[in-house]
Design a protein around this ligand. Structure first.
Ligand code: RIB
Ligand code: CA
Length: 330
């Protein structure tokens, strides 16, 4: 029986972000990849304050020549913790202090949770949520409007780590920023993919490609190059390439075959102390003494990314972002 050769209709997606250098790279891909239909963007405090995130998000969409995709302001701080930004990585303005012009557009006149509920329930086909930030907005959405899960295809979130953290030795920044929110998201009852640091840190665009993007006359393409060239505090200056970061999670939605995942129990460590915010991924082949002596609870099963086809995602990103004429044509 011949397989259906008709092209798959674009996947409806919503990004929840803390723009952010790499959130900006993710937005550029989402608006330019023909297989994605970016329905809305919601903003949360993380890399910088939430108003800075809104400003940066609107600026990136305008630079990309994106249509008037609704952008809404969300939580200004995590559920429990205070705001602990990452300006040392993303610059004071959260966008590498590139001096980009202020956006002409203003955000939607509704808050992020309201926009998320509206756009998810209004979508004719189930939506894929792509959180690339602390999960505060997603947790508030799930607690306020749990009915949205009936029209969510999957959550593909950038966060967590199987092995090593960045905010702490064991915790990744987005989860560390709001661990309770991530724990709520993992128990949403919809399929979830964890795009963690283990793959996040590997997808690097080579230096020559970065230089080519920076030399482009197309504003969105040039912006991608400038963002990729931004040097974080801990960077191998010998390698002039640039990490895709959050954009890798968008690649995973556009091309799931490029990611290798295993469905594993994941627990977020909430206890105060050195492990708070750690995503404890259980890779054991069988239960241990803890389970045998009744000492553990059922953990949510998550499709955890364990490997990534780096060249495939770099090529996907460059092809989409350098698309002639900028925006997707589908
Ligand atoms: O740990 C990396 C994550 O934290 C990325 O999403 C980055 O943008 C920051 O939000
Ligand atoms: Ca981010």
């Amino acid at each position: 029986m011949p397989t259906d050769q008709r092209p798959r209709p674009p996947v409806p997606v919503i990004i929840d972000c803390d723009t952010g250098i790499d959130d900006a790279l993710a937005l550029l891909l989402a608006v330019r990849h023909p297989g994605l239909d970016l329905r809305a963007v919601t903003c949360v405090a993380g890399n910088t304050d939430v108003d800075g995130v809104v400003r940066n998000t609107l600026t990136v969409l305008e630079q990309a020549g994106a249509p008037r995709i609704p952008v809404a302001r969300g939580a200004g701080r995590p559920l429990i913790e205070g705001v602990r930004t990452a300006r040392h990585v993303h610059g004071h303005d959260g966008m590498g202090d590139l001096g980009l012009p202020a956006p002409a557009r203003t955000p939607a006149d509704v808050d992020a949770v309201t926009l998320l509920r509206r756009e998810i329930l209004a979508s004719p086909r189930p939506v894929t949520l792509i959180p690339t930030a602390p999960a505060t907005n997603i947790a508030l959405l799930l607690r306020t409007h749990p009915e949205v899960t009936r029209n969510i295809e999957r959550i593909v979130f950038m966060g967590g780590a199987v092995a090593t953290g960045n905010a702490t030795p064991v915790a990744e920044f987005n989860v560390w920023h709001d661990p309770e929110a991530t724990a709520i998201m993992l128990t949403a009852g919809v399929p979830i993919t964890m795009y963690g640091l283990d793959v996040f840190q590997r997808v690097i665009v080579p230096g020559p490609d970065v230089r080519r993007l920076r030399a482009s006359t197309e504003p969105g393409t040039r912006l991608a190059g400038e963002l990729l060239a931004h040097r974080g505090p801990v960077t191998d200056e010998a390698d002039p390439g640039g990490g895709l970061g959050d954009a890798g999670a968008v690649c995973a939605v556009a091309d799931p075959e490029g990611l290798t995942t295993h469905r594993l129990p994941v627990e977020v460590s909430l206890a105060p102390g050195p492990t708070r915010g750690q995503t404890v991924v259980d890779r054991r082949a069988r239960p241990g003494e803890s389970e045998l002596h009744g000492g553990t609870r059922e953990q949510p099963l998550v499709d955890v990314a364990l490997d990534v086809d780096v060249a495939r995602y770099v090529d996907l990103y460059l092809t989409a972002v350098e698309r002639p004429g900028g925006r997707a044509t589908m």
